[in-house]
Design a protein around this ligand. Structure first.
Ligand SMILES: C[S@@+](CC[C@H](N)C(=O)[O-])C[C@H]1O[C@@H](n2cnc3c(N)ncnc32)[C@H](O)[C@@H]1O
Length: 547
């Protein structure tokens, strides 16, 4: 009989109660305690946090909490639900089990809005409270927590600094006289060919809303609030990431190693220079709403693909774009992108555990990542499961080349001398240049398929085709994990402005934010499983039924 372990976390201030469905195990294996190391960590975690562990039959009714493992009622037909004016989040609630993170982020009020609300609190009181919270959350007692938070505080500070530098550089490029030699021309050369001569002359025509000439001006008009809000989002995302690590879902991020090149000052300097140039170019196009055409004409790529998404230079089609992609998206998210994406590892870990308990080792499974980009997230998958054979796919050869380099770097740092097989001995069996909507693979090939940050960039019809392809290439009983931007209703506070991201040359974003993904994947044949949120990102897991 299957049992489900439910872990209840009672947080420090007592008002945050998280219930996490941790895993399914066969009863006989639980009783013989043939449970893996991660379960031991789980029990340790439970003890440290005064956490209650419940064993519960899967067939028993769900506990009363609205966020705890609700059995999804039968879903309404998609069209009727959309007609009734429900938001995507309401539709999700009817189709998916809701992980506790969903309620947490739906109710997440920006820390900035509440932090200074109590004006009676003195600075000393505030500091004492912060220290108490830090101590209670085990940062000072647990060396892993200390390492995690030290690294992530530094990461946050670094990317805040990068964002400010990029905004400042763009502001200077817009406001300095265009004939000023040196800096100004370096910033604008070769990045904004069509815009270079327009610098100071046309800056009066540029608007970023409410009469601001540059995004920096707009942000400075409300700097404290903007900064605090974003920092609070990042900290809460890190907290969730760390809770998942302590829960045994995945290991500490491998890139925290002090030996990692991203922690090398020279590497940082080079990336900073590249990033400043790219941010300047991107923002110049953004404030003018002027996308440049992609340099390469090719009938090999669909028309919607040859777009310079986010106004980035060369779209997906150059080494320059691939080289700076990770850095600049992390900058956009103040360093929390990795943490948000790692949520996708939770359903994977549950699936792997289930397979192991069913007698199939991780090396017998096969994973496909679709639209893997530069493969950064794939390194976290492989770090959790080095012996899991995997395939990395994308449509861009430039991004695939970067992914290959990333995988090699991960192998050299983390698995030296260990035979993993596949391409370059990284355990990646293939780098596959293929479209998500027409995957170059036979039917029923993969046990797990992961796809991160793709669907918001696809036209509606292509999304549906991709869903059918995912179904085709997955084996019966397989797991699909789709991670992407939050949609309408996921973060109610954001609904009013969510679609503004579409202005960032994201032509399909608006139709994405109201796309009923659950209905779409069901129409392709999938069964909806669980929904997770982490700040700006949502993760949906699906199953292909066993035959
Ligand atoms: C926003 S990036 C996300 C990359 C990566 N998953 C990540 O999260 O960092 C989108 C990626 O999807 C790829 N892509 C876009 N449309 C695609 C399609 N139809 N088929 C395959 N890949 C596609 C692009 O080349 C790009 O690498």
């Amino acid at each position: 009989m299957l049992v489900i372990m439910l872990v209840k976390l009672f947080a420090v201030n007592g008002d945050r109660v998280l219930s996490i469905r941790c895993c399914s195990v066969r009863k006989q294996e639980r009783s013989s305690m043939k449970i893996q190391k991660r379960h031991v960590r789980l029990f340790h975690f439970a003890r440290c946090h005064n956490v209650e562990i419940l064993f519960k039959s899967r067939r028993e009714a769900s506990p009363p909490s609205a966020v705890t493992d609700p059995t999804p009622p039968s879903p309404p037909p998609a069209a009727a639900a959309v007609d009734s004016g429900l938001k995507v989040a309401d539709l999700d609630a009817q189709r998916f089990r809701l992980h506790p993170s969903v309620a947490y982020w739906q109710n997440f009020k920006s820390y900035a809005n509440t932090l200074f609300a109590d004006t009676d609190m003195s600075l000393t009181d505030s500091v004492q409270q912060l220290v108490r919270q830090a101590a209670d959350s085990a940062v000072l007692r647990d060396p892993h927590a200390a390492t995690y938070w030290t690294y992530h505080s530094a990461r946050l500070t670094f990317f805040v600094g990068q964002a400010v530098t990029g905004l400042l550089a763009h502001h200077l490029a817009e406001t300095l006289p265009s004939n000023l030699p040196g800096f100004s021309s370096w910033l604008t050369s070769s990045t904004t060919s069509g815009l270079r001569s327009t610098s100071a002359q046309t800056s009066a025509n540029i608007t970023t809303g409410a009469g601001f000439k540059t995004p920096l001006e707009r942000i400075l008009s409300n700097a404290g609030q903007e900064m605090m809000t974003r920092v609070a989002e990042a900290l809460a995302a890190f907290q969730q990431d760390y809770d998942n690590i302590r829960g045994g879902y995945y290991p500490l991020p491998w890139d925290m190693s002090p030996r990692h090149r991203q922690n090398n000052p020279l590497f940082m300097l080079v990336r900073t220079a590249q990033s400043v140039r790219e941010s300047t170019a991107t923002l110049r196009r953004r404030v003018r709403s002027q996308a440049e055409p992609v340099w390469l004409s090719s009938s090999l790529y669909p028309q919607y693909y040859t777009n310079t998404f986010h106004y980035q230079t060369d779209g997906w089609l150059s080494d320059r774009s691939a080289r700076i992609y990770e850095h600049n998206t992390e900058l956009l998210f103040f360093g929390r992108q990795d943490a948000m994406q790692r949520t996708s590892l939770i359903p994977i870990s549950e699936y792997v555990r289930e397979a192991e308990l069913g007698g199939r080792g991780v090396s017998e499974l096969r994973l496909l990542e679709v639209a893997a980009g530069t493969g950064r997230f794939h390194t976290f998958i492989k770090d959790a499961y080095p012996s899991l054979p995997s395939v990395i796919s994308d449509l861009s050869p430039f991004y695939l080349a970067r992914a290959r380099e990333n995988m090699r770097y991960w192998r050299d740092l983390r698995q030296p001398g260990r035979g993993l097989g596949g391409v370059d001995d990284t355990g990646v069996t293939q780098f596959l240049q293929t479209a998500a909507e027409d995957i170059d693979a036979a039917d029923n090939q993969f046990d797990i398929l992961v796809c991160v940050y793709l669907f918001h960039e696809l036209p509606e019809a292509i999304r549906r085709r991709a869903a059918s392809e995912f179904f085709r290439v997955l084996k019966p009983g397989g797991l699909l994990v789709v991670t992407d931007s939050v949609q309408l209703g996921d973060r109610p506070e954001w609904d009013k402005n969510l679609n503004l991201f579409g202005d960032f040359n994201e032509p399909y974003y608006r139709s994405y934010t109201s796309c009923d993904l659950g209905a779409m994947f069901e129409a392709a044949g999938f069964e909806c499983d669980t929904k997770y949120l982490c700040s700006a990102t949502k993760t949906l897991s699906f199953r292909k039924a066993r035959e």
